[in-house]
Ligand binder design. Structure first.
Ligand code: ADP
Length: 261
């Protein structure tokens, strides 16, 4: 073991006496506990949509002779949506596990940022379905050394989160700006915002401020964990500024030396 943590157990001994037992937890044991937590989380996340799919299928099987065609459509549509949820979860888990394998960024190349941001803007507009005002601000030309697919996942995750966590009528601004030695991709929204105590934990796998809301909007709880990994592979940083009820700004900054132009 390379590092040790002292774990202290407080054991009630008598009325006014407590026994302190200490135990050395090796790094190996800690990793094992994290792995167990992760497996429990994944199982829980998978079980929820699966239970819903099975419920709808059961309704269909039991009522096949009596259900109206419209009802059948309705239940199949709902089951399809939940199956899509499971598919997204598996996709995100595979992405995360590939990123966590620690392999260096594959296929680094000058990535056309303007084209990528336009794609992200389109995707965010589809998710918003006209409920928000979206702005895109970027220079006429910008190329960054990196992996296009990975960078797209960072840009899209942050933009789509802004749409998901901003009520209808809100504004979202996506921008790309150089600021001295760094270049910033930033997404600002005037949505629900995040209380300060949650901010440091947002990039943990499956950490959500409001589980119900994230589920409602179809989130997997893995988006920001993926963002963090991709950024660290590109020597980038994630900065989160937010105020409950006012909105949030997520900024991914990259070293400007990665700019190719
Ligand atoms: P999810 O799939 O739940 O959106 P993420 O990892 O992308 O998972 O985000 C983690 C949590 O961070 C979300 O559940 C949400 O609580 C919070 N969050 C992310 N982006 C925003 C935002 N723009 N405004 C408010 N909360 C946000």
């Amino acid at each position: 073991p390379t590092s040790r943590t002292l774990m202290v157990h407080v054991v009630p001994f008598s009325e006014d006496m407590r026994l302190l037992l200490s135990e050395d937890i090796t790094q190996g044991q800690r990793l094992e506990a994290m792995r167990r937590d992760f497996v429990a989380n994944v199982s829980h996340e998978m079980r929820t949509p699966l239970t819903v799919v099975m419920g709808f299928l059961e309704t269909l099987i039991d009522g096949l002779d009596d259900l109206e065609k419209d009802d059948v459509h309705h239940y199949l549509g709902l089951a399809f949506e939940q199956a899509g949820r499971m598919q997204r979860l598996i996709q995100d888990l595979l992405t995360l596990s590939a990123l966590e394998s620690g392999a260096p960024v594959a296929h680094e190349e000058p990535v056309d940022i303007v084209a990528l941001l336009e794609e992200v803007y389109q995707e965010a507009s589809v998710v918003s379905a006209g409920r928000h005002t979206l702005d895109l601000e970027c220079p006429p030309k910008a190329h960054l050394l990196g992996n296009a697919k990975e960078l797209y996942s960072v840009f899209a995750n942050l933009a789509i989160n802004a749409v998901r966590y901003t009520p209808a009528g809100g504004h979202i601004r996506i921008s790309w700006r150089q600021r001295g030695a760094v270049v910033d991709y930033s997404v600002e929204d005037d949505g629900i915002g995040i209380a300060p105590e949650h901010i440091p934990r947002l990039t943990e796998r499956f950490y959500r401020v409001d589980r119900g809301r994230s589920r409602e909007t179809g989130g997997t709880g893995l988006g920001l964990a993926i963002v963090k990994h991709v950024l660290s592979r590109h020597q980038g940083d994630l900065l989160i500024d937010s105020e409950p009820g006012r909105g949030s700004r997520f900024t991914a900054s990259f070293p400007a030396r990665r700019l190719v132009d």
